[in-house]
Design a protein around this ligand. Structure first.
Ligand SMILES: Nc1ncnc2c1ncn2[C@@H]1O[C@H](COP(=O)(O)OP(=O)(O)OP(=O)(O)O)[C@@H](O)[C@H]1O
Length: 449
């Protein structure tokens, strides 16, 4: 473990040395003893983890020194050690930002020890949170999350970029699995709000009766089962972003409540009286056509206009061309890395099959197809047979290809011919067509070869 620097600023040499001796019993602690405020300030460049300040020093007082230290570096936790027992003095120090106030008596050493341990634990938690935040930011930078080079996805990148510098509401539309949630996170983690919360709520996933308390929070006893006060999602998202997924599923009654909250930018907890202001960017998403929902009367027109802001349309995977292969390779690499497998490649035929498929479940579906293919494949190569398209039946897949009727007919005839061991008569009977049609087809497909 890294050593932890502690400054003890104490003019009484005996008391100072005894604190230093006691703290040094912890091998992680590196203790520096200073007799004046000036010595302490001159050594701040050493960046101590904590400073323990005596209240009365020969050249200054604890409160003055506290302020000076804070002006230079307000991140260093400060503990005041003082002979004064008055509560008001302690309260004043704590209000000014001191982390603890310890009275000089026979227990000072133990109290100081415990206080330092506690503050240090807190500091490492804060450091851990900062590190995680940083990782999250890296995770959500565009390059690492929303993969794609197609023109269709570039339009999305452009819109996301445009949304970053303002607080405009964003409404994302796209089929299931097209990446609506990661787009919302990309906006949050690349905007100025990145250090504040990203709060997501899926309208389709919460029971209708609970939506209101999830939105606005509740006071203790507001309804049966509300045994604790709880902050609503809007309150929790203050300073950050609130992401309302599947917004079209919101009940009409709640739509009008949501509209009011968005207009006023304030909420009142259920069972509460005080009004709580919030400042959060709103991002909504749906796979439905909201305009159509407005026409049908299932979505309020005024709410529609309030939330639309900057609309972002996420294209279905089938419209992203070779992004399919780029994503397939990405998921392949991810799977092999997570499962510590050797590198797996995708055969040319398998790539062609992927490019032809329509992916109704979009990127989420592609990921599960590739995961399964990685498990099923032999010799570290995904072949056509390793690709299982579960979500639609064979006929749908067949029909999803862009072909003329003549080409479809030819394919059906050749399929049955092969199945019937090239028996033309049997095939003609089965399909109720003339033998000559089959012979002509065989001839033209041979000349094509
Ligand atoms: N362009 C992309 N690059 C890499 N991964 C992606 C991309 N788009 C989506 N994904 C991944 O696909 C999965 C589905 O994405 P996401 O949950 O954001 O979709 P969604 O549109 O919100 O889905 P739903 O409508 O079902 O809620 C996630 O695992 C996500 O990380």
């Amino acid at each position: 473990m890294k050593s932890f620097k502690i400054f003890v600023v104490e003019d009484d040499p005996f008391f100072g040395e005894s604190l230093k001796y006691h703290l040094k019993l912890n091998p992680d602690f590196e203790v520096f003893l200073f007799k004046t405020g000036k010595e302490c300030l001159d050594n701040l460049f050493q960046n101590p983890g904590i400073i323990c300040l005596d209240f009365g020093l020969p050249d200054t007082t604890g409160d003055v020194l506290l302020k000076k230290i804070q002006q230079i570096n307000n991140k260093i936790p400060i503990i005041i050690i003082s002979g004064q027992e008055e509560i008001e003095v302690a309260v004043d120090f704590l209000k000014s930002g001191a982390k603890d106030y310890i009275v000089k008596n026979t227990h000072t050493k133990e109290l100081l020890w415990n206080s330092i341990i506690k503050i240090r634990e807190n500091l490492s938690l804060i450091e851990e949170v900062e590190e995680l935040k940083e990782k999250l930011e890296q995770k959500f930078s565009f390059e690492n999350t929303i993969l794609g080079q197609s023109d269709a996805i570039k339009v999305v990148f452009n819109k996301i970029n445009k949304s970053l510098s303002t607080n405009i509401n964003v409404s994302i539309n796209g089929e299931t699995g097209t990446g609506k949630e990661i787009a919302a996170k990309a906006i949050h983690y690349n905007s100025d709000r990145r250090n504040k919360p990203f709060v997501a709520l899926n309208m389709a996933a919460i029971p209708k009766e609970l939506v209101e308390s999830e939105f606005f929070g509740h006071e203790k006893g507001a309804f049966t089962g509300a045994d604790q006060r709880s902050a609503g999602k809007f309150e929790q998202a203050d300073g950050g972003t609130i992401f309302l997924d599947e917004i079209a599923e919101l009940d009409l009654n709640l739509q009008s409540k949501l509209l009011r909250v968005l207009q006023e930018r304030e909420v009142t907890r259920l069972g509460g009286k005080s009004v709580i202001k919030f400042n959060a960017r709103l991002i909504t998403a749906t796979h439905k056509d909201l305009k159509e929902e407005v026409r049908k009367g299932t979505f309020r027109e005024d709410l529609y206009y309030r939330i639309t802001g900057l609309p972002i349309e996420l294209p279905p995977l089938r419209e992203r061309g070779h992004d399919i292969l780029l994503l397939a390779k990405h998921f392949c690499d991810l799977f092999t890395k997570e499962n510590k497998l050797k590198n797996i490649t995708i055969s040319k035929e398998a790539k062609e099959k992927l490019l032809k498929y329509k992916f109704p479940g979009n990127i989420r579906e592609l990921k599960s197809i590739i995961d399964l293919a990685c498990v099923m494949c032999e010799n570290n190569e995904i072949s056509v047979d390793d690709l299982t398209f579960e979500s639609i039946n064979a006929a749908d897949f067949f029909l999803s290809e862009d072909k003329t009727l003549k080409e479809f007919t030819a394919e059906i005839i050749l399929y049955y011919l092969k199945k019937n061991n090239e028996d033309v008569l049997k095939t003609a009977r089965q399909l109720d067509i003339g033998k000559s049609t089959i012979y002509n087809l065989i001839q033209s497909s041979q000349t094509k070869k």
